[in-house]
Design a protein around this ligand. Structure first.
Ligand code: GLC
Length: 675
């Protein structure tokens, strides 16, 4: 191992809590950073950071760790030169050395500056073994969005945006087609939604950084709903972006980026460096030193406090998706080009692309690692994660700056995209024809050419499906494991497969056709069911572990989630079916405000407000607003979805056909699913 070029410090913490703190008007917009980073010369580098504080005197101070250890062997990031899939993260747990837990704690002799962005500097270099190392230094510098009063927003470049009483950006509205101008006037419900969305905004040192998950003042037991969830913030972010307010999104992206690499432990075990938290909270705590001064700190939850200790696998994927959306809608591509942001993308991908024991190109995760964050029998290779993974890979391919340090990663992304789309299109897709094929499957086939590759026993086809599957259309199943197909319909995974073009054009159309054909089951009185059907009786008891929150047709077990409206709208616009989305939005509009914007609805037809549903749930509100704005402005919507990538389809990387020794199984696949 090449140890000579990199010296780092671990920020060992005395306890498992993770706090990043600022006093008022921290490092945002402040050019001079007063810091107690200790930066020693090249030969003995000590550059540490464990807590950022924001001071009332508008200065920013970086407080050093209680304990710092110089580790001469540390690398923040490794990737194999020949095949990026062989990348490794070195850390305390894996190699017995202390893992670097934050950006800015490695100092190396040849750090490149990035004056344009005043951002973290980075240098990457490939050593003689082909391993790539990334070295990081610096901080972040973001100018704040200032909301001065109800009618004007000052943007970071100093320009002012006029907003109307409901907070809708008038400049954006001016751009809209005159014919729809009257229609796009914010209705009373939209006005209420904008007010509630703005009330949910969380500030950190005076700058907006996210929105709380739910904001019902009457709620006596908010649990963690008073936190900013990464996944929940996405529709809020889109609503703000579509309304011409990018700064809150930029702040969110940069702050969560800082949380990403922090030391995180669950019972003294540290998950991967690139993991993004599920949520974070802004806390006010007494400043070290005890003079009574208070400071604001960011307190992330990587799953160590979450119910069930679930891993937030989707957070990093959503973060990448949102980063791309921010660039597309604002045109500010400088953010994604920043070296610290590029590193953030790479750390997330490193976690996702690291080799394991898995046989599939799909991502292997534990139960509850996404929107369904409780035990629901979705461990393994759930569709939602695969759709988000595919989208995040496509986003990354667009955003990563290609150089010697990233070319292997980009190649690995291309390979994975191609393998993943083939896998999902070929093996997750079911329609009438495919179910009939499965019904007649032979089993116990031992050979590379097996038709029933996963040894699915036809008895697994659930009785509900036999009658339910329409003649036209189809869907992607919820999960695929050896000997197991989860035939439940999961809405988010299917919608996001359309949006990202993970499915073929025919499949994507088929999914919408199925939703339309099964409207009474999947939409009924409130869009949209999180999954269909519900687990009942023994299945519910065994699979959910008798979860009283996930009883049949409630919450994650067949409940109806209005937040899914924006994803449905996006999918409909992409497929040229906006009227379908309009129908769903119109139905939701009748109830959401009256019912106080619930988190979810219960019963098979979605008629009751959910048993334990929060009210004033932010992503319900934001999902509704985003849907409205997307429908009003399909051109903007088109920035958020992907068309088929024909290059990927041609890309079969197994190279077996070229050697002639073995048959490429992809070409031997039962159906050659391409478009
Ligand atoms: C519930 C949902 C999860 C969401 C969280 C906050 O736990 O299952 O998807 O992020 O609430 O709203």
């Amino acid at each position: 191992m090449n140890t000579s070029s990199c010296i780092g410090i671990s920020t060992m913490k005395p306890c498992c809590r993770i706090l990043i703190g600022y006093r008022i008007s921290s490092i945002f917009g402040v050019s001079h950073i007063r810091s107690n980073h200790k930066i020693v010369n090249n030969s003995s580098k000590l550059h540490s950071k464990s807590k950022l504080s924001c001071y009332n005197d508008a200065k920013c101070k970086v407080i050093g760790p209680k304990k710092g250890v110089i580790d001469l062997n540390r690398r923040a990031f490794f990737a194999s030169g020949s095949n990026w899939g062989e990348s490794k993260i070195l850390g305390k747990n894996k190699l017995g050395v202390n893992k670097d837990s934050s950006r800015g704690i490695l100092v190396i002799p040849h750090v490149a500056s990035d004056f344009r962005n005043h951002s973290t500097s980075i240098d990457s270099h490939v050593n003689e073994k082909g391993f790539e190392s990334i070295y990081i230094q610096g901080g972040l510098n973001v100018k704040p969005l200032v909301i001065e009063n109800g009618n004007e927003v000052v943007k970071e470049d100093g320009s002012r945006v006029q907003v109307n009483g409901s907070g809708v950006n008038l400049d954006i509205l001016k751009d809209l087609n005159e014919n729809v101008e009257t229609e796009s006037e914010a209705s009373n419900i939209e006005k209420e939604a904008w007010k509630l969305l703005r009330d949910a905004v969380v500030n950190y040192c005076g700058n907006p950084v996210g929105t709380v998950a739910a904001n019902n003042p009457a709620d006596k037991q908010p649990l963690n709903y008073d936190q900013v969830f990464i996944r929940d913030f996405v529709p809020s972010a889109l609503a703000f972006l579509l309304n011409g307010e990018g700064d809150i999104v930029k702040n969110f992206l940069l702050h969560t980026l800082q949380l990403q690499s922090w030391e995180k432990t669950v019972d003294c075990y540290s998950p991967g460096q690139g993991l993004m938290p599920a949520s974070f909270k802004v806390r006010t705590v007494p400043l070290d030193g005890g003079d009574g001064t208070l400071e604001e700190v960011l307190d992330p939850d990587f799953g160590e406090s979450a119910i069930g200790r679930v891993a937030p696998v989707d957070s990093g994927l959503w973060w990448i998706i949102l980063l791309r959306a921010y660039g597309k809608i604002t045109g500010d591509y400088a953010l994604q080009e920043r070296v610290d942001v590029q590193t953030g993308i790479r750390l997330i991908l490193n976690l996702c692309l690291t080799d394991g024991f898995d046989m599939f190109p799909s991502l292997l995760v534990t139960d509850g690692s996404c929107m369904i964050d409780r035990r629901m029998g979705i461990h393994g290779h759930p569709l939602e994660i695969q759709s988000l993974f595919y989208s995040a890979l496509r986003c990354s391919r667009e955003m990563l700056i290609v150089n010697d340090g990233t070319k292997n990663l980009v190649a690995a992304i291309n390979n994975r995209l191609s393998a993943l789309s083939f896998h999902v299109r070929e093996y997750y897709w079911v329609d009438m024809k495919k179910i009939n094929e499965i019904y007649r499957y032979k089993t116990e086939e031992y050979s590379a050419d097996a038709i029933n590759k996963f040894n699915i026993y036809p008895d697994q086809i659930p009785s509900w499906l036999v009658d339910w599957i329409p003649n036209e259309g189809g869907y992607l199943i919820g999960n695929l494991e050896p000997g197991h197909m989860d035939f439940r319909f999961f809405t988010l995974g299917n919608l996001w497969a359309i949006v990202s073009s993970l499915g073929t054009a025919r499949q994507n159309e088929g999914i919408l056709n199925l939703i339309e054909a099964k409207w009474d089951d999947l939409v009924a009185h409130m869009p949209l069911k999180i999954c269909y059907p519900a687990l009942e009786y023994e299945e519910w008891r065994i699979i959910t572990g008798g979860d009283p929150k996930n009883t049949p047709w409630s919450y994650h077990n067949g409940g109806s989630w209005p937040t899914l409206l924006w994803q449905f709208t996006l999918a409909c616009i992409k497929m040229g079916r906006p009227e379908l989305a309009q129908k769903a939005v119109a139905m939701a509009e009748k109830r959401l405000s009256v019912d106080q914007w619930p988190e979810y609805y219960d019963t098979q037809s979605g008629r009751f407000i959910g048993k334990q549903s929060r009210l004033h749930q932010t992503w319900t509100i934001a999902g509704y607003l985003t849907s409205k704005m997307l429908l009003e402005n399909p051109a903007k919507a088109s920035l958020l979805f992907w068309e088929e990538d024909y290059e990927l389809l041609e890309n079969c990387v197994c190279a077996l056909s070229k050697t002639g020794r073995k048959k490429c199984l992809r070409f031997a696949a039962r159906s050659q699913i391409c478009v």
